[in-house]
Design a protein around this ligand. Structure first.
Ligand code: C5P
Length: 225
């Protein structure tokens, strides 16, 4: 079974309030994107790694060489458009599976990715890394109106692994119908296909706000020591 990776890296990262998109912020000596790509490059199962970056991105060309398997494509308006462009970049020789991983999640553990791949390919079903919600969750705007039972609540992480053709059809269909898609699994759910939940480490954080940077820096240094 062939597997290619897609790394959406075309976001502007407005919640980071930084002068450059968050994937290019330097942590522990390298950009966040380089940390993420270096992790994926360790997976010998991947045939290709497609990175979707903005059309007018001036930063990508300056990142260090990581692996011959990496190819660049252009991102789109929303994350789902960037992933779809990544799928199109593989259409000449489509892999059986695609592993989509956020550029902004450099802390992912290799053994979690290997576990996701093993479980999904064995079950022949797509799936995602996720972690069980730990906090008490409230619904409301200015005041809490409800406490949401958390027994069956998960936080969706990445990577997310799906069959190439299934993901392409689901993303195209969901985008066409204007469905809100914040991850690949939401498009697959819309298409009524199964999404396995595979428990992964909760420190696989998506670097989003300035508070995340110190934590990510600490965790990256710990992984490299
Ligand atoms: O904005 P958010 O943190 O949800 O972005 C998740 C990932 O999707 C990031 O790696 C970001 O660069 C990417 N993205 C993209 N194209 C967009 C928006 C976000 O590739 N249009």
């Amino acid at each position: 079974q062939t597997i290619a990776a897609i790394v959406p890296a075309a976001g502007v990262g407005s919640r980071m309030q930084h002068s450059m998109p968050k994937q290019y912020i330097i942590l522990a000596g390298k950009t966040i994107l380089e940390h993420t790509l270096a992790k994926l490059a360790q997976l010998t199962q991947l045939s290709k790694i497609v990175v979707a970056v903005s059309d007018n991105d001036p930063f990508y060309q300056n990142i260090g060489f990581i692996d011959v398997k990496i190819i660049r494509t252009v991102g789109g308006k929303e994350r789902a458009d960037s992933v779809l462009n990544g799928l199109l970049a593989l259409s000449d020789n489509p892999p059986d599976w695609v592993l989509v991983h956020d550029a902004a999640r450099p802390l992912v553990a290799i053994d979690d990715i290997e576990n996701l791949i093993a479980q999904c390919t064995h079950a022949n079903e797509g799936g995602i890394l996720a972690s069980k919600v730990k906090d008490t969750i409230k619904r409301g705007n200015t005041h809490s109106e409800q406490t949401v039972p958390r027994d069956d609540l998960w936080q969706a992480l990445t990577p997310q692994l799906f069959k190439y053709h299934e993901l392409k059809a689901a993303l195209e269909g969901a985008l066409q119908q204007g469905v809100t898609i914040t991850d690949e699994a939401s498009a697959i759910e819309w298409a009524n296909k199964p999404v396995k939940l595979i428990a992964g480490r909760s420190d696989n954080i998506k670097i989003t706000t300035p508070e995340d940077l110190d934590l990510a820096h600490f965790l990256l240094q710990k992984q490299h020591s």
